[in-house]
Design a protein around this ligand. Structure first.
Ligand SMILES: C[S@@+](CC[C@H](N)C(=O)[O-])C[C@H]1O[C@@H](n2cnc3c(N)ncnc32)[C@H](O)[C@@H]1O
Length: 287
């Protein structure tokens, strides 16, 4: 029987990464233990290069000596690529399949409270897109609804930038001149989101790996786009379970186009559009 050195090396690497992630969790509360390994190792290599270390052990020592490195690590491990109306067809389908039904249900509800949640909102592109979508859809009727768009992320830096709502011309190049004119104001070399859109969005810190508590309840529509793909299946299941419990009934869940529901939600949500991954939790009167 030969000695399987390749297997040994991979195993040792995995163990080293596991212990490293355990330590990061113990020291900081950042829980990357159930993120997909491929993305994590690629991103960690960047930190290794930036700090000039070669092993996890060296990097732990570096972190001990330079605690400010923890934030850089967390920032590098979370991928913040986003865009305004990033997936235009999804927003189009939300306008077609979700908003008319939701508004007709809400019209008969006391308080006409509308709650949206953009979980993993990056620099605010997604929640501001939701706000603009609602403003466009409702027009003058907006005054009859009490709208909250919760926007959460693990990156405090991204949340700060989101709150400022300032984007370069490149950031918002996908927007039409009419949307720019109606919802943004020129600012320095870019644009800032107008205050009537900003005031619809509440930004706050939320780590979606802490699935034992729901920060918001009775949410009418949750956007959970392009965050699940970085997580291992078991964690995806727990996150989706938590989101299911946070949804009102009727309530709607929008995933990223490349994401899928996990088995624990099979049969619990109705698929409204398989391409754009829009699902509905049924229940409530009239719908
Ligand atoms: C690729 S962006 C997606 C942004 C937006 N939802 C979209 O689809 O364009 C992924 C976001 O997930 C956030 N994220 C990663 N891990 C997280 C966690 N544990 N809790 C909350 N947000 C997290 C990152 O900070 C990043 O902003």
């Amino acid at each position: 029987m030969g000695f399987d050195i390749e297997n040994m090396v991979v195993k040792n690497e995995t163990t080293a990464l596991d212990s490293f992630l355990e330590q990061v969790y113990r020291d900081t509360g950042y829980d990357f233990r159930e993120y997909k390994r491929g993305t994590l190792t690629r991103r960690l290599e960047r930190r290794f290069r930036a700090t000039g270390v070669k092993t996890y052990l060296d990097y732990i020592e570096f972190l001990d000596a330079h605690p400010e490195e923890y934030q850089k690590l967390a920032d590098d491990l979370t991928i913040k690529v986003s865009g305004s109306f990033r997936s235009p067809y999804t927003f189009q389908q939300v306008t077609r399949l979700v908003l008319p039904e939701l508004m007709s249900f809400k019209r008969n509800q006391e308080g006409r409270r509308l709650k949206f949640w953009s979980i993993a909102c990056a620099r605010g592109e997604e929640p501001y897109s939701i706000a603009i979508l609602l403003a466009e859809f409702l027009g003058n009727r907006q005054q009859h609804f009490n709208i909250s768009i919760y926007a959460t992320d693990i990156s405090r830096q991204a949340l700060q930038e989101a709150q400022a709502g300032i984007y370069s011309s490149k950031d918002i190049e996908s927007l039409t001149p009419t949307v720019l004119e109606n919802y943004f104001t020129r600012y320095d070399k870019g644009y800032v989101v107008n205050s009537n859109i900003k005031q619809m969005v509440n930004f706050s810190y939320f780590d979606l790996t802490s699935t034992i508590r729901q920060p918001f309840m009775d949410v009418d529509c949750i956007f959970c786009c392009n965050a699940l793909i970085y997580l291992q299946k078991a964690l995806q299941e727990r996150v989706l379970g938590m989101l299911y419990d946070s949804l009102a009934a009727p309530g709607y869940l929008v995933l990223g186009e490349v994401e899928t529901l996990t088995n624990n939600l099979n049969g619990k949500l109705e698929c409204l559009d398989a391409r754009t991954k829009i699902y509905k939790k049924n229940g409530g009167d009239n719908v």
